[in-house]
Ligand binder design. Structure first.
Ligand code: CP3
Length: 344
């Protein structure tokens, strides 16, 4: 591997500089992505290894990030479990027949991932070949709680109240679904690693909708199983947006990395997580809409506050579609050019 900064940061090994990548970096702010989007459907892009490979490499070639992240989506897992998933332009994901009762559970299974998700592993093998050791490849999956949100609500939501009502009124069913997602995800991530993913990330985008006790029952106990099953095969990063209260408990899972959103101060995150975990984050994605000098100033402050060791620079959530490409590049370049010896 020519540039293994990300993998060294996840091990806690010394680095010459902080590695940087951006969540959702393969996506709609890039004109090269839009060109492909106009020609192929969303799941067609996910299921065609040559397209997934091309999109995965775009931010490496165009922006110069220190890691590639597989182009796919967290919703390919509910799809493989038996649910129909549509991606509707300007509306987001729609699952027309969501899970609401015990009868609906008969429509989902823990699938053979080799059979149902082989296109992901084919894409990973192709991407590894094309990357040719330039930067590591990150695989990923949605956390069980976040996937349940979509599988029950049937669409995006600010509150995911239907999903929560399902868990609060039919807890036994909810836990059965969560365990099925967990078992599928363990097999899925292990196969991603076997196909060549150098690290994996678990996205719990809606973890912050749960209070601390519910987060433990409905999210963390399942993520703990996934981390335990995967962490000795490849480093794993857990990103639970809004669940800063559980940073200590998430560090205790043994995950090599913890993703942070922009609402938690670096010093507080480090205090809660302890010194054995790498922190990743946490620039406000909307701040990339600021003038470039403001981006440069605030990124330097972020780097100063996190420090060089056990740290990966990233956004606090996915990049927004309306971010100008040169602003994304300014974010990445500022991290790459920052000299800790000069600024500390
Ligand atoms: O990070 C990357 O660049 C890799 C690709 C990736 C996508 N989705 C591609 C995508 C990753 C890692 C995801 C994860 C994902 N998908 C999450 C977790 C991360 C987060 O942002 O919270 C979630 C919640 C989803 C579900 C999902 N997929 C939503 C809500 C949407 C629509 C809204 C949106 O953000 O675009 C998608 C569609 C989607 N997934 C797009 C892309 C590039 C845009 C659709 C398109 O280009 O046609």
């Amino acid at each position: 591997m020519m540039n293994d900064l990300l993998l060294r940061a996840l091990k806690g090994a010394p680095v010459e500089r902080v590695p940087v990548w951006m969540m959702r970096q393969a996506g709609r702010y890039l004109p090269e992505y839009i060109a492909l989007r106009n020609r192929y459907g969303f799941f067609e892009r996910c299921q065609t290894p040559a397209l997934a490979c091309e999109i995965t490499l775009q931010p490496v070639d165009i922006i110069g990030v220190d890691a590639a992240i597989l182009f796919s989506d967290i919703l390919v897992v509910p799809q493989a479990m038996g649910l129909e998933v549509q991606l509707i332009e300007n509306k987001g994901p729609v699952l027309p027949d969501p899970i609401r009762n015990d009868k609906d559970l008969q429509r989902i299974t823990v699938p053979d991932v080799q059979d149902r998700l082989h296109y992901v592993f084919d894409a990973i093998r192709l991407i590894k070949q094309e990357l040719n050791g330039r930067v590591p490849l990150i695989g990923f999956a949605g956390a069980p709680w976040t996937l349940l949100c979509y599988m029950v609500q049937g669409k995006g939501s600010k509150t995911f109240d239907e999903a929560k009502a399902f868990c609060y009124t039919q807890p036994e069913l909810a836990h059965r679904v969560l365990q099925m997602i967990t078992d599928t995800t363990i097999g899925y991530l292990k196969e991603q690693i076997r196909a060549g993913a150098d690290a994996v990330q678990l996205f719990d985008s809606w973890g912050g909708l749960l209070g601390p006790a519910d987060f433990e029952h409905l999210s963390l106990q399942y993520m703990r199983q996934i981390v335990a099953a995967v962490k000795d095969e490849a480093p794993i990063v857990v990103f639970a947006k809004g669940a800063w209260h559980a940073l200590g408990a998430m560090a205790a899972t043994g995950a090599q990395g913890l993703g942070l959103d922009w609402c938690v101060p670096p010093e507080m995150a480090r205090q809660l997580a302890g010194n054995k975990t790498t922190l990743q984050g946490n620039f406000d994605p909307a701040k990339l809409l600021s003038p470039i000098p403001v981006i440069q100033k605030e990124v330097k402050q972020m780097l100063h506050d996190f420090g060089r060791e056990r740290y990966i620079a990233n956004l606090g959530h996915g990049i927004l579609p309306n971010v100008p490409v040169d602003h994304a590049r300014a974010f990445v370049d500022t991290v790459k050019n920052y000299d800790f010896n000069k600024h500390d």
